[in-house]
Structures are given as C-alpha cells and as structure tokens.
Write a protein that binds this ligand. Structure first.
Ligand code: ATP
Length: 356
C-alpha cells in the first residue's frame, strides 16, 4: 500500500458512459476515484472499455453522460488546465520512424514546459545507450520505453500508462515496474491499464476489473483477493468415497458458477460427486474462503483415516482467478447496445465503488 498521507482526490468519475456512433455502449456507467499518489489499475478483458475510459479521462473525447473531474477540472472542456500536469503513454506512440531516439525526445521536450533534460528521461527508461538509434530500428519493447520517456518528460503529477509493458521482456518489465514505483514514491498519481494481472498485483494500490463496459469488482488487491475462493485439490484414494470426506469439506465445494458465499451441501451422493469430483472420478476440487481452516480440517481427516492425498495442491486465491471468474460469470460481450449485463462479484467490503 502506498504510504502517502495526502489523499486529495485527483480523478473523480461518476456514472460515466461512452456510447459510440451506431449506439454501441463501450463504457456503461462506471464510478471510481483515484487519490493523489495512488496507483490505480484498470483491468479488463479485450474490449472491456479500458481505452475508451482512459481517453475520456485524458480529455480526448466527450463523455456521453456522467461526470469526470481531474484535478477538479472537466478534462474535455478544460484540457488546457490539465494537460501540463499530465503525462500520457499511449498504446501506440506513433513517433516519426526516421528520427533518432534522442531527436524524438528532444522534439517532445520542445513542446513541454519544464521538461526534464533529455538525457535524464532516456536514462530513466533505460534508453541512454540507444540515443543515436533511429526509431524504426527499435524493438517493440524499446518503443514502449520511448513512449514512457516522452510521458515522463514534463514531470507529470498524473501519469496515464496504457499497457506500458506490452512487448517488454521480463527484465524490461521489472525495470519499468521499478521506475513506476519510484515515480509513485515521489508522489506521482498513476492510472494504469494492463493485461498483466501480475503487474497489477505488484503495483496497484487499488484496482477495478472492467468487463463489457462495467466495473465488476474494485478495491485493494487484498480486498479483491479476499472476495475470491482459494482452491484445494487432491486425488481421493480408491478406498474412500466423496461421502467419506469431512462434512465441512463438502460444504466448501463450490459447484461451477455457484456463489462462494451461498454454498449448501449437495443433498445426495450423486450430487456430491458431481460437485466435488473431476471427470476422472478421483480428483477432488474444493473451493474455500477459509484456506487455513479447510486445509487443516482436511489434513487432520487424512491422518485420522491413515491415507495419502496424492497430488495435493493448496492454492491461495489469485488475481488471475478473480479475473477469469468475472469473465466467465459475466459472459462475453456480444456487441451492440444490448450487450449483456455483467453479474457483480459478491464483495461486501468492496461496495464503495460499483457499477450503477
Ligand atoms: N470508435 C469506435 N467506434 C465503435 N466502437 C468502438 C470504437 N472504439 C472502440 N470501440 C469498441 O468499444 C469497445 C471497448 O473498446 P476499448 O478499446 O475501450 O477496450 P479495451 O478494454 O481498451 O480493449 P483492449 O484490452 O483490447 O485494448 C470494444 O468493443 C471496441 O470494439
């Protein structure tokens, strides 16, 4: 968590909608905020509406309805007030390919008030040794870093990072994360969109998972994880049947698609088997919100029964699982104004900001 005490609201979004020509609703009424010095990650499936949202925050388009305030200003009508305080890293920087790295950043610096020295910006993103290379000769990852250098030039108070590490190798990704952390430590507010859940887990103070234009879950990483069940799986020895498992373990089993907080034990042996067992008839899969409790109960039972639980796998909830469950529960967007409504993930602790 960010330790910054200053909680001035930098971004405030209420009931935001964006409907494209033809009536397609890309952003369907979202509400969230980002405080000063926070890193807020916007996650989502392809076409979820992340870029459509970020473009509105940057003032590049007018919302269909709802309100946005960035530093208290309307970013579309008062773009001039916001622009000097903002750094934007787009998905495609679109720099002239014949210019060198240094010429490119120098060109941007000329349009930026109070710009960092060009060398400093290039060193920050690890392109110090590539300054004489033409843009067209850069790798995809190096272009992303050049995009980042230009976004950082004006020492922005808020940084919009749209998939900043796409195309970067593992080392480049780590280096970018370190840089983003350092910027945040200096007080920069960051709005990040990413497809890498690990990236959000590493960096985000808070996040929102967007699906089909709506926010399905939002909160700190820990809060989002707490809304997801952990998993236990193992192979049941031939000597034992699912009905022999301790009753609590049966309660923890979550049939596909069921809400983890509304579980009831299946009424008969056939239903219990269907809920617990894989197609192989031996692998048991349990889901639980109380991992330590469930694992202890299961292991004590196995010891009392004097059996080995082959292939035992005990896994804490991950952001990836949260993401996949949201995508699966909500279905996929079919397009058009009548796209299906997402099913909210049950998360009472996360109710502060939700789709309306
Ligand atoms: N100019 C446009 N006109 C009509 N529909 C559009 C337009 N731009 C985007 N869309 C649609 O809006 C939806 C949201 O797109 P958007 O680019 O915001 O999603 P995203 O979450 O950023 O996706 P990705 O992760 O694939 O980059 C998509 O279904 C997209 O096809």
């Amino acid at each position: 968590m960010n330790s910054a005490k200053d909680t001035t609201r930098v971004i405030d979004v209420t009931d935001l909608r964006r409907v494209y020509g033809g009536g397609f609703e890309a952003v369907g009424g979202i509400t969230f905020h980002v405080d000063r010095g926070e890193l807020f990650a916007l996650l989502g499936t392809n076409g979820a509406g992340k870029t459509s949202t970020v473009e509105l925050l940057e003032g590049l388009a007018r919302p269909t309805s709802g309100t946005i305030r960035v530093f208290g200003h309307d970013p579309y009508r008062e773009r001039a007030a916001i622009r000097p305080r903002t750094g934007v890293m787009l998905q495609e920087g679109g720099f002239p390919s014949e210019l060198t790295v240094e010429e490119t950043v120098r060109m941007w610096a000329a349009c930026t008030s109070g710009a960092r020295p060009v060398g400093e910006a290039l060193e920050l993103v690890g392109l110090g040794k590539r300054r004489t290379v033409r843009v067209k000769q850069l790798s995809g990852g190096e272009r992303r870093r050049l995009d980042l250098a230009s976004a950082l030039l004006g020492r922005p108070e808020i940084l919009f990072l749209d998939e900043p590490t796409t195309g970067l190798d593992a080392e480049g990704r780590r280096a970018t994360w370190d840089l983003v952390r350092a910027l945040r430590a200096e007080g920069t507010t960051v709005l990040l969109t990413t497809h890498y859940l690990e990236e959000a887990e590493e960096l985000a103070d808070r996040l929102a998972i967007l699906h089909a234009g709506r926010i399905n879950v939002t909160g700190t990483v820990d809060e989002v994880l707490a809304s997801q069940p952990s998993r236990i799986s193992f192979r049941l020895p031939a000597s034992h049947r699912p009905e022999d498992l301790p009753p609590l373990a049966r309660l923890w089993a979550e049939p596909a698609g069921a809400r983890a907080d509304r579980l009831a034990p299946p009424e008969d042996a056939a239903a219990l088997r269907a809920a617990l067992l894989d197609a192989d008839g031996r692998t048991v899969r349990l889901r639980t919100h109380r991992l330590q409790h469930a694992a202890t109960e299961l292991l004590l039972w196995a010891r009392a029964e004097n059996i080995e639980l082959d292939g035992l796998d005990i896994r804490a909830a991950s952001l990836e699982e949260a993401f996949l469950r949201i995508a699966a529960q909500a279905g996929t967007r079919t397009g058009g104004p009548s796209a299906p409504s997402p099913v909210p993930v049950p998360a009472p602790a996360l109710a502060e900001e939700t789709t309306r």
